[in-house]
Design a protein around this ligand. Sequence first.
Ligand code: NDP
Length: 323
Amino acid sequence: MPDEQTFQFTDIELDKPENGEVLLKTLYISVDPYMRGRMSNKKSYAAPFEVGKPLEGGVVAQVLASNTAELQKGDIVRGTLPFQTHLVVSAENVSKVETNGLSPSAALSVLGMPALTAYFGMMHIGKPQKGETVVVSGAAGAVGQIAGQLAKQVGAYVVGIVGSEEKAAYITEKLGYDAAIEYKKGDVAKQLEEACPNGIDVYYENVGGDIGDAIWPLLNTFARVPVCGAISSYNLKEGEKDIGLRVQQFLIKSRATMQGFLVGDFAEHYKDAYAFLAKGVTDGKIVFEETIHDGFHAIPEAFTGLFTGQNIGKQLVKVADAE
Ligand code: NDP
């Protein structure tokens, strides 16, 4: 488990922006569970972070000076960028964002990567139908808060699995989930049986571990399991195995489809998804929370808090106000 000692803050000199470059002031930084995978040299879909080099991830920033016609001083941009309070980057590494009157932070939450992930996992893989039972784990988090609402919109019965009473209240009272299961109270299998009397047609997997094990026996015929994340295994010790129920027998009985995916697999559909999400927010059909830590130095605390469930909705760090 990373802690404050894992991170280091350093002062650097910035060069002036050259042709095609912009000077940016960071406004918001996104800390995400997948970053944990990059803090290891195990082979994965993203290269490991380099020790001594800045972390990088989702950043929303404002252009302070521009050496390209594409971007003007004052523009708000988003990119996968080094975590720095200020930075000089090629304009090709960022894209201008419209936040529809919302805070620029929305470009990292409800109009950003986590919401896209929820959209593609739920709508392209989960494909919930009216009257079906959908279960979402990590239901009060950045992805889960959107995934559940999307399933509700098609008329499914939606159950969320969360780690606290406050989160249970959030998903049922604010997001419209039909029921909440608090996994820390124990016996998730029994809680699920009670909450899902008709079995489970879609399980949106965000956490893995014991929670998945409680799901498999309840899968209905031709159920779908979008496997988005497995946060319970991200901090396993070197050599520690992630062992649970073997899933094959349950997949055969139910003929369920289990599919891992990365949001980037759906890049060709981003434009449509952004438009759908922006309209949902404007129409009040999609609501969301952000947990915002203040100040660049709050990055370690914000990041490590993801693994102990400190966040409701999207966890962000606010670095500066827009001018
Ligand atoms: P969240 O905002 O949901 O934050 C993480 C949450 O996970 C915590 O708040 C906590 O909530 C829960 N959690 C932490 N540890 C455990 C555990 N051991 N067991 C069960 N729950 C735990 O994060 P995101 O919404 O950003 O990400 C959700 C999942 O989706 C992650 O697994 C992430 O890796 C994955 N993801 C995958 C993407 C893809 O392209 N496939 C893209 C983006 C995210 P609680 O209090 O409820 O325990």
